[in-house]
Write a protein that binds this ligand. Structure first.
Ligand code: COA
Length: 360
């Protein structure tokens, strides 16, 4: 079966992606409701522990993260030795690989994984500043995961609206079944390797353009179109050449991606007055109209990446940070799968079918 399409390879309690009805559930709760009512830290607790934290528990849980944000000197040295040809995702892969793994290699524990998850935003912002030629800004312990990330990138305390929007984006993209990077993390974990190795494999998979790179291309498309008068002709040209429209279509969803719907609401709150936001809505409408015309045999709808791009732009993040910012969120999901795989482990070892020649 090419691309393992439709082949279940693990049982999971973590999330259900229902592509027919456009449903996304995290451990029995609607992901879109969680995105508007809970922080990324709380939803990570839900994914890892199986329930949302009680009030006291939540404070303790968040404190565990904030104390682990700083990078060890050895990681800083390694990151700073990388040449500028090492982009953000390559640097993140190297940076995560260089972090210390606390405790025993096997089985992985939430404590050891928090030590990695808490530092991913610091790795992103450290490297971002180095590539910009500016000084990295150390993390703060008094800010939430989202607020601290924006603070480290900009040096300013972010507005509550931006923090809320980033939290909603991170909650909605933290987990999504057995996508390619999550599968990679589970395969590595199944060999009883350490959790860090599972995360490094996952980052390697996410960085591929078919997986984590679409939002920056959505922004490229909006920039090229530039004006709603040009949208119809631009889209038609692209579809006529047999090219794809970024931010549309999905392997599993045959209806509107529920994450796209939620993120549209988030973006609207931040940017409804912005001309580029109105342009995005017009481009979406025209794209859907033409996709129905050009591909009547397919159900092609707006996917999460279209509105991810719009939300991240509204927060003020540059395009180069879109995939690293997505990585911060998905690290929570990868870690949940690493823990789940380890709980009931059997090495993942599928078969290949030999189609070569035989000796005479
Ligand atoms: C996500 C994606 C890879 C899923 O692919 P898939 O379900 O395996 O679908 P296929 O690649 O088999 O394509 C099926 C048909 O729909 C068309 N199609 C799928 N997505 C399309 C898009 N975004 N624009 C135009 N046509 C598209 C294909 O050309 C193909 O048409 P055909 O039957 O005439 O050959 C695909 O929709 C895509 O490339 N989208 C754009 C990139 C993107 O936004 N990625 C982020 C996903 S969250």
């Amino acid at each position: 079966m090419a691309g393992l399409e439709g082949v279940p390879v693990a049982d999971t309690h973590l999330s259900m992606v229902d592509g027919q009805r456009g449903h996304l559930i995290y451990r029995g709760q609607w992901a879109d409701k969680l995105a508007h009512s809970h922080s990324f830290e709380e939803v990570t607790h839900l994914l890892w522990v199986g329930r949302l934290p009680e009030h006291r528990e939540s404070e303790r849980w968040c404190r565990d993260w904030t104390g682990k944000r700083a990078l060890p000197a050895s990681t800083v040295r390694i990151l700073d030795s990388l040449g500028t040809e090492q982009g953000m995702m390559e640097s993140l892969r190297t940076g995560v690989s260089s972090l210390p793994w606390e405790g025993k290699t096997w089985p992985p524990t939430p404590e050891a994984l928090v030590g990695i998850l808490a530092r991913v935003p610091t790795l992103v912002s450290h490297r971002w500043h180095r590539l910009q030629g500016t000084d990295p800004i150390p993390p703060r312990e008094d800010l939430t995961h989202a607020a601290n990330y924006l603070y480290m990138l900009t040096g300013k305390e972010p507005s509550a609206a931006h923090v809320q929007a980033l939290d909603a984006y991170w909650v909605l993209t933290a987990e999504h079944g057995l996508n390619a990077s999550t599968f990679a993390a589970r395969v590595v974990t199944s060999t009883q390797s350490d959790g860090l190795s599972g995360l490094v494999a996952a980052i390697g998979a996410l960085k591929g353009p078919l997986h984590g790179g679409a939002p920056s291309e959505v922004e490229g498309m909006l920039e090229q179109i530039g004006d709603s008068n040009r949208a119809a002709a631009w889209i038609e040209r692209r579809l006529r050449r047999g090219e794809r429209l970024m931010g549309f279509g999905h392997r599993i969803y045959r209806t509107r991606d529920p994450r796209a719907e939620s993120l549209r609401v988030v973006a609207q709150r931040l940017a409804s007055e912005e001309p580029w936001f109105r342009l995005a809505l017009q481009v979406e409408e025209e794209a859907l109209r033409q996709l129905r015309q050009w591909k009547p045999h397919r159900e092609l709808h707006t996917n999460v990446e279209f509105y991810a791009a719009v939300v991240l732009k509204a927060i003020g993040l540059p395009r180069e940070l879109y995939t690293p910012t997505f990585t911060v969120a998905r690290t929570a999901g990868w870690c949940a799968h690493i823990l789940e795989q380890a709980e009931n482990n059997r090495i993942i070892r599928p078969q290949s079918r030999y189609i070569g020649s035989f000796p005479d």
